[in-house]
Design a protein around this ligand. Structure first.
Ligand code: MUC
Ligand code: MG
Length: 381
C-alpha cells in the first residue's frame, strides 16, 4: 500500500437552519459547515469536517479561521506525506501547530476516511470495530418559546424520531428558565426524557437554585451550567448529587478529561470529536471516562453529515454510551448535502455499512451552497 497526500481543499458551506436555534451564547439562523477534501495519489479522496457554532461565540475557532489555517499552515505541511499513515501525519501536525482542534479534527477525519476506504472497511473498524449499528439521538428544543417547543417535541414523539429532549436555556432569568423547563416536562410527562444545556450561563448559586427544582421535576441531566473555567464549581455541583452534571465546554480533549475525571467534577462527559481535536482525541476522552466510571454522551457541534457520520462511526465503537447521542445536526439544516440522506428512524441514527464514512456528497448541491471566498468576508451566523 503506497499513497501520498496530493491536495487538501477546504470549502465553507452556508446552510440556513429550519428555525432559529437559540443558545445562551448565540442564535443560529444559518450553520456554516467547514468541509475538507483530501486527495491521495492512489485516487482515493477522504472527507472531513471542522464545524463550530455561532462564528466565534462558542469556541476559539471560527469557520473562517479553520479554513484559512488549514489552507495556510496545515495543507503545505502535509502535502507529500504518506497518506497510509494518518497517525504519523497527525503526530507531525500536533507537534508543530498549536491549538486549532477543529481544524485538526477535519484533517484527521479526512485521513481516516481515506485510509478506511483504502483498506476496504467502515471507519469504525479503525477504532476497534462496532458494538452497535445504530446510536440513539436526542433532539434539542431551542426555539426560545415554551408552547412552540412543546409542539415540536410532540411532533418528534409522534414521528418516533426522538424521545429525549435537550432544552437550551441560560439566556433568560434563571426563574424564567426553570418555569420554561418544568412546563415542557409537565406537558410531556413520562413519554419523554428532558435534559437541559445551560452553555455556561449560570453561577453556582443560580445552578443550585435550578437544580433543586429540576430534581423535583425529574429533569434528567444538567449540561455545563457554569463557566468552563470554573472546574471547582462544577465539581461542587456534581458532589451535591441533585441532578447528574455533564461537562461539555469544560472538556477540550484528553488533558481536560483527565483533570475533570481526577476531581470527579462531572457525572457525564459530552464527547465531541471537534472539541477533542479529532477522532483519536475523542476516543481517548471516552477511555478516560470509562476508567473513571464517568458516563458517556455523544455530543455534537451541530456538524453537517460528514462530522455527524464521523462521530457516529466512533461512538458506535464505545462499549458504553449510557446517555446516547445528540447527532441530529443534519436534521437542523434546510438543505441535504448527501446523495443519500443519513437514516434516522425509531429514535436512532443508523450507520451505513459502506467503506470509510460510508456517505457520498452531492457535489452539485455543494457547489451551489459554497461560499465564494474569493470575494472577501461575508460572515453567516
Ligand atoms: C452544545 O453546547 O451542546 C449541541 C446541541 C445543540 O443544540 O447545541 C450543541 C452545542
Ligand atoms: Mg452543550
Amino acid at each position: 500500500m503506497h499513497a501520498k497526500i496530493q491536495a487538501v481543499e477546504t470549502i465553507l458551506v452556508d446552510v440556513p437552519t429550519i428555525r432559529p436555534h437559540r443558545l445562551s451564547v448565540a442564535t443560529m439562523n444559518c450553520q456554516t459547515l467547514v468541509l475538507v477534501r483530501i486527495r491521495c495519489s492512489d485516487g482515493i479522496e477522504g472527507l472531513g469536517e471542522g464545524t463550530t457554532i455561532g462564528g466565534l461565540a462558542y469556541g476559539e475557532e471560527s469557520p473562517e479561521s479553520i479554513k484559512v489555517n488549514i489552507d495556510t499552515y496545515f495543507a503545505p505541511m502535509i502535502v507529500g506525506m504518506d497518506a497510509t499513515r494518518p497517525g504519523s501525519v497527525m503526530a507531525r501536525l500536533r507537534a508543530t501547530l498549536q491549538g486549532n482542534r477543529f481544524a485538526k479534527c477535519a484533517i484527521e477525519t479526512a485521513l481516516f476516511d481515506a485510509q478506511a476506504q483504502r483498506i476496504g472497511v467502515p471507519l469504525s473498524e479503525l477504532f476497534g470495530g462496532r458494538v452497535t449499528d445504530k446510536v440513539e439521538v436526542a433532539w434539542t428544543l431551542a426555539s426560545g418559546d415554551t408552547a412552540r417547543d412543546i409542539d415540536e417535541a410532540e411532533q418528534m414523539l409522534e414521528a418516533r424520531r426522538h424521545r429525549v429532549f435537550k432544552l437550551k436555556i441560560g439566556s433568560r432569568a434563571v426563574a424564567d428558565d426553570v418555569r420554561h423547563v418544568i412546563a415542557i416536562k409537565t406537558a410531556l410527562g413520562d413519554r419523554a426524557e428532558v435534559r437541559v444545556d445551560v452553555n455556561q450561563a449560570w453561577n453556582e448559586t443560580e445552578s443550585i437554585f435550578a437544580a433543586t427544582r429540576f430534581r423535583e421535576a425529574q429533569i434528567a441531566l444538567i449540561e455545563q451550567p457554569v463557566d468552563a473555567k470554573n472546574r471547582a464549581g462544577l465539581e461542587r455541583l456534581a458532589r451535591l448529587s441533585l441532578v447528574p452534571i455533564m461537562a461539555d465546554e469544560a472538556l477540550h480533549g484528553p488533558a481536560d478529561a483527565f483533570t475533570i475525571a481526577s476531581a470527579r467534577a462531572a457525572d457525564v462527559f459530552a464527547v465531541k470529536v471537534a472539541q477533542s481535536g479529532g477522532l483519536t482525541g475523542a476516543a481517548q476522552v471516552a477511555g478516560i471516562a470509562l476508567a473513571a466510571n464517568i458516563d458517556l454522551y455523544g455530543g455534537t457541534m451541530l456538524e453537517g453529515a460528514i462530522g455527524t457520520m464521523a462521530s457516529a462511526q466512533l461512538f458506535s465503537t464505545f462499549a458504553e454510551l449510557k446517555w446516547g447521542t445528540e447527532l441530529f445536526g443534519p436534521l437542523l439544516l434546510t438543505q441535504e448535502i448527501l446523495t443519500e440522506p443519513l437514516r434516522y428512524a425509531d429514535y436512532a441514527l443508523h450507520l451505513p455499512q459502506g467503506k470509510g464514512l460510508g456517505i457520498a456528497l452531492d457535489w452539485e448541491r455543494i457547489d451551489r451552497l459554497r461560499r465564494d471566498t474569493t470575494r472577501g468576508a461575508s460572515v453567516a451566523v
